[in-house]
Write a protein that binds this ligand. Structure first.
Ligand code: GTP
Ligand code: MG
Length: 434
C-alpha cells in the first residue's frame, strides 16, 4: 500500500529534505515489534482425495507431527475439519489453522463435492464481515479464520485433470489463493512428470482457472518468484521418516530400489513449495486474501444488501444517504405490501360474502321448496282425513241401521221359536199318554 503512495504521490504533495534526524525511521522496527508481540495467524486449506498425502505433507512442511487421524473412505458427504495449533519459531508465534477436506471425491455422485468447501470459505468471510460491521469491533484480537491458501492435491495419474478437480478449482479460484500440487510425486517417472505438469497447466489455462501467482512486483523477490511460477504445479513428496544418507539423516521415503529424499530438489519440489509458501510469500498470501478475495466477497455482500458508493447520476453516496434511501425504499415497499394485503383481504371478504349469500339463497330456496312440499302433504292428509271421517260417519250410520235391523229380526225370531217349542212339548205329552 505504502509503495503505491510513493510511486504516485498526490499532485499537491511537496517533497522536502529534512535538516536533521527526527526518528521516524524506526517505524518499520516499531511495526516488526508490534507484529511479533501480536503474533501471526495463517490458515491453510488442504483439498484432495482421501489418503492422497495431505497430512503427511503438512507434517513435513512444518516439521511437526500434528496427530491427524486417517479418514474413512465411506463418508456420505464432504466435510471440512479445522484444527488450530500454536507454533513458535525463535520469538515469532504463529497461530496455524489446518483445514482438511474429509471424504472429498469418495462419493459416487461427486457433483456437489466442492459446495461444502465453497460454503466453508464464505462462512469465514462472513464471520469477518460481521465483526467489521459491528459497532463494538474487536478486530485487533479477532481470530481471523479466513483461508489464506488452498493447497490443491492432484493425483499423480500422468493423465489429464479430473472433472471434479477442474470444477472445484474453478469454483474456488475467486475466493482463495490456489497452489496446485502433484501429490506423491515419487510414484511418477521424471519424464512423465514434466509432461504431466505441462498438461495440467495448459488445462488450467484453457479452462480459465486462476491459480495463485507468486508476486513479481517486489524487487527483492521478483526473480525467485518469477522462476517459481514456472515450476507450478509443484510435484511434492511428504515423509516424516528419517533415513541416513551419507553421514546425515534426511527426511525420505525408502524403497527396495532406492531413496526419495523429500528435501532434494532433484527428487521433488518440496523445498520450492516450503520456500514459496512459508519463507517468501506467507505475508503476500495473507494480504491477497484480504485485499482481493475478502474484498470481492465484501463488495458483493454489501451490494446485495443494497449499499452502493455511487448514487443516481454517478454522484458519490454517503453511508447515511444510502441508509436513508434504503429506509425510504423499505417503507415504500412495506406500504405497497400493506396496500396489497388490504386489497387482498377486501377481495377475499367479498368473495366469502358472495359465497355465503349464495349459500343463504340456496338454503332459502330449499326451505321454500320443503315448505311447499309440506303444505301439499298436509293438504293431501287433510283431504284423506276428511274422506275418512265421511267414511266413518257413513259406516257408523250403516252400522246403526244394521244393529237396528238385527235387533228387530232377533225379536221376531224369538217369538217363532217359542211357538215351535210349545208345539213340540204338546206332541211329547200326547205320546206319553198313549
Ligand atoms: P486422509 O486425511 O485420511 O484423507 O489422508 P491424507 O490425505 O492425509 O493422507 P496421509 O498423509 O495420511 O497419507 C496416506 C498414505 O500415503 C500414508 O500411507 C502415507 O505414508 C502415504 N504418503 C503420504 N505422502 C506420500 C508421498 O509423497 N508419496 C508416497 N508414495 N506415499 C505417501
Ligand atoms: Mg489426513
Amino acid at each position: 500500500m505504502a509503495s503505491c503512495y510513493w510511486k504516485c504521490p498526490p499532485e499537491n504533495t511537496r517533497s522536502l529534505t529534512m535538516c536533521g534526524h527526527v526518528g521516524f525511521e524506526s517505524l518499520p522496527d516499531q511495526l516488526v515489534d508490534r507484529s511479533i508481540q501480536q503474533g501471526f495467524c495463517f490458515n491453510i486449506l488442504c483439498v484432495g482425495e482421501t489418503g492422497i498425502g495431505k497430512s503427511t505433507l503438512i507434517n513435513t512442511l512444518f516439521n511437526t507431527n500434528f496427530e491427524e487421524h486417517e479418514s474413512s473412505h465411506f463418508c456420505p458427504n464432504v466435510r471440512l475439519r479445522a484444527q488450530t495449533y500454536e507454533l513458535q519459531e525463535s520469538n515469532v508465534r504463529l497461530k496455524l489453522t489446518i483445514v482438511n477436506t474429509v471424504g472429498f471425491g469418495d462419493q459416487i455422485n461427486k457433483e456437489e463435492s466442492y459446495q461444502p468447501i465453497v460454503d466453508y470459505i464464505d462462512a469465514q468471510f462472513e464471520a469477518y464481515l460481521q465483526e467489521e460491521l459491528k459497532i463494538k469491533r474487536s478486530l485487533f484480537n479477532y481470530h481471523d479464520s479466513r483461508v489464506h491458501v488452498c493447497l490443491y492435491f492432484i493425483a499423480p495419474t500422468g493423465h489429464s485433470l479430473r472433472t471434479l478437480d477442474l470444477l472445484t478449482m474453478k469454483s474456488l479460484d475467486s475466493k482463495v489463493n490456489i497452489i496446485p500440487l502433484i501429490a506423491k510425486a515419487d510414484t511418477i517417472s521424471k519424464s512423465e512428470l514434466q509432461k504431466f505438469k505441462m498438461k495440467l497447466m495448459s488445462e488450467l489455462v484453457s479452462n480459465g482457472v486462476h491459480i495463485y501467482q507468486f508476486p513479481t512486483d517486489d524487487d527483492s523477490t521478483a526473480k525467485i518468484n518469477t522462476a517459481m511460477n514456472g515450476h507450478l504445479p509443484f510435484a511434492v513428496v511428504g515423509s516424516m521418516d528419517e533415513v541416513k544418507v551419507g553421514n546425515k539423516m534426511v527426511k525420505a521415503r525408502q524403497y527396495p530400489w532406492g531413496i526419495v529424499e523429500v528435501e532434494n530438489e532433484n527428487h521433488c519440489d518440496f523445498v520450492k513449495l516450503r520456500e514459496m509458501l512459508i519463507c517468501t510469500n506467507m505475508e503476500d498470501l495473507r494480504e491477497q486474501t484480504h485485499i482481493r478475495h475478502y474484498e470481492l466477497y465484501r463488495r458483493c455482500k454489501l451490494e446485495e444488501m443494497g449499499f452502493t458508493d455511487m448514487g443516481p447520476e454517478n454522484k458519490p453516496l454517503s453511508l447515511q444517504e444510502t441508509y436513508e434511501a434504503k429506509r425510504q425504499e423499505f417503507y415504500g415497499e412495506r406500504q405497497r405490501k400493506e396496500e396489497e394485503m388490504k386489497q387482498m383481504f377486501v377481495q377475499r371478504v367479498k368473495e366469502k360474502e358472495a359465497i355465503l349469500k349464495e349459500a343463504e339463497r340456496e338454503l332459502q330456496a330449499k326451505f321454500e321448496h320443503l315448505k311447499r312440499v309440506h303444505q301439499e302433504e298436509r293438504m293431501k292428509l287433510e283431504e284423506k282425513r276428511r274422506v275418512l271421517e265421511e267414511e266413518t260417519i257413513a259406516f257408523s250410520k250403516k252400522k246403526a241401521s244394521y244393529d237396528l235391523f238385527q235387533n228387530q229380526s232377533f225379536l221376531a225370531s224369538g217369538s217363532s221359536i217359542k211357538k215351535d217349542k210349545d208345539r213340540k212339548n204338546m206332541h211329547f205329552d200326547r205320546e206319553l199318554w198313549t
